[in-house]
Write a protein that binds this ligand. Structure first.
Ligand code: AMP
Length: 113
């Protein structure tokens, strides 16, 4: 989609530190990491967020979760990790392209928020 930051990252017009990609998904390092490992997993097909997920086919949605798992393995997050997807204004979603934060590499807070 035109003017979507993550679509531009996926197509390569904006640089990113890619850690994994396949036919349906793209994973890259968050520019402002909140943990020692902080990777964003996105579908290559544009979707604004979880509230618009009906626009995505099931295979792409499932592929995102499989990529989260692959990234966690690849990054050596054997102690565990957290996946977060902010959706909408109350959750402070700042980029309107569905993304899953994969956070780990240290003991994370017990608190969800
Ligand atoms: P959210 O606030 O949940 O929408 O998450 C958006 C995330 O995108 C934030 O954690 C940002 O640090 C990250 N981000 C923004 N621009 C870039 C970029 N150019 N490359 C990598 N991560 C980015």
């Amino acid at each position: 989609m035109e003017n979507c930051l993550f679509c531009k990252i996926i197509e390569g017009t904006i640089p990113s530190a890619c850690v994994y990609q396949d036919e349906k998904t793209y994973a890259f390092r968050d520019i402002n990491p909140a943990a020692p490992t902080h990777v964003l997993v996105v579908p290559k097909t544009h979707c604004s967020g979880l509230s618009a997920v009906d626009e995505l086919d099931d295979a792409t949605l499932a592929a995102c979760l499989r990529t989260v798992k692959k990234v966690a393995e690849q990054e050596g997050l054997t102690g565990g990790f957290r996946m977060v997807s902010n959706c909408g204004a109350h959750a402070c979603q700042s980029v309107p392209h569905l993304h899953f934060h994969v956070l780990g590499g240290e003991q994370l807070s017990e608190k969800m928020v």
